[in-house]
Design a protein around this ligand. Sequence first.
Ligand SMILES: Cc1cc2nc3c(=O)[nH]c(=O)nc-3n(C[C@H](O)[C@H](O)[C@H](O)COP(=O)(O)OP(=O)(O)OC[C@H]3O[C@@H](n4cnc5c(N)ncnc54)[C@H](O)[C@@H]3O)c2cc1C
Length: 420
Amino acid sequence: MRDNESVSPTVQDLTLSEESSFDLLVVGGGMVGAALARACSGKGLRIAVIETRAPQRDWPPGEIDLRVSALSRASQRILARLGAWERIAALGANPYRRMCVWDALGGGSIHFDAQALGEPDLGHIVENRVIQLALWEALESSPDITLVCPASIAELERTDAGTRLMLGDGRTLRGRLLVAADGRDSLVRELSGIETEGRDYDQRAIVANVRAQEWHEETAWQRFLPTGPLALLPLADGRCSIVWSATAERAAELLAIGDAAFSAALTDASEARLGALVVEGPRAAFPLRLQHAKQYVLPGLALVGDAAHAVHPLAGQGVNLGFLDAAELAAAIDVAVNRGRDIAGLWTLRRYERARRGDNLAMLAAMDLIKRTFGNESPPVVAARSLGLSLTDRIGPLKNLFMERALGLGSDLPPLARPF
Ligand SMILES: Cc1cc2nc3c(=O)[nH]c(=O)nc-3n(C[C@H](O)[C@H](O)[C@H](O)COP(=O)(O)OP(=O)(O)OC[C@H]3O[C@@H](n4cnc5c(N)ncnc54)[C@H](O)[C@@H]3O)c2cc1C
């Protein structure tokens, strides 16, 4: 996949027991942490990214990973400005031009079309490992970024002067601002004493790649079943990547059965909208949780991405929210640097928190409401939601408003996400 000769030599190997100082310590070089570090590059800051797992560099031609994300236009712009989109497009970004959502019980449905919005597409389905690799390569070409990988943190000490991070192998790093981008089970969040609120959905999202009898029409299909939504996301080679949310019990059954039985159950769950579906390759399942950190910032500390919020994947918003976090935090740091203010002070960090917390909370609440509404089998609720879907489908301006918001075409975007 990649020409290893072109890897820049900027990855520094910190020798054991050496203590190195940085302005910015980013724990977690996943999609969001890597985006944040890259967005802060070129501002005169010394940045370290501490990541447990190096990204996958290559894979067999034609293989599609199980983990994919539906990226919004706002995310695409952020990734383009960070110098990663061109590489993502070269490795494989699958545009989807339409979306069709329908209710398994009430018969209501809604359709979205990029053409009606004057847009070339509604977004792209991209493998997480592709996004990760493109961003990682951008980090490797940034001389002000030190990649500390593989490494994980063992302890952290936060004082007014900054953070001291002890790595599992004994190395120590100091930094003015610590950013937790270490995912839903963030150790940095836990060690910093930030609590979360939310609940377990008692649902698992099953992911797999499937071949459909009929062409997917570059459409993202989503059927709401009382047991959870099923999404069929179109891939350029004609296959679909599925995200099928089901109760923990049902998910265990669906993982245990053979390919033929799974394919039959899947075809049935999709109402055979694309004809018979045949699973190709492995299946995996991810537990789903609604989770929101009670605080995003403390003096010297900020949480971004899943470390701050975990959302039901039914509308594919998680990493899109995370990229907006990264773009807003980078914008707040930019303002601080330009005005000679402390990047780790609450004046800086609260700008970020104010910009993102309300938006993220609104999205978490909306996804939770949709999940609960479509999980309800009571006839009046079924009738009302189906009517709501179908009415919204017929009211053009309202529908476009939803879509513009989902695409990230709003006006209150951070500089990195604004139109070119
Ligand atoms: C089934 C499913 C489908 C989804 N589909 C979509 C979608 O279509 N669109 C969308 O926007 N979102 C989607 N999401 C959500 C999306 O995957 C997450 O929001 C996203 O991965 C969060 O990125 P992150 O970088 O914040 O965290 P993570 O992806 O969890 O990355 C965290 C990184 O930190 C590293 N790390 C962890 N602990 C440490 C440590 N102690 N020290 C050093 N490094 C550490 C990890 O190795 C990892 O690289 C989906 C989620 C699921 C489960």
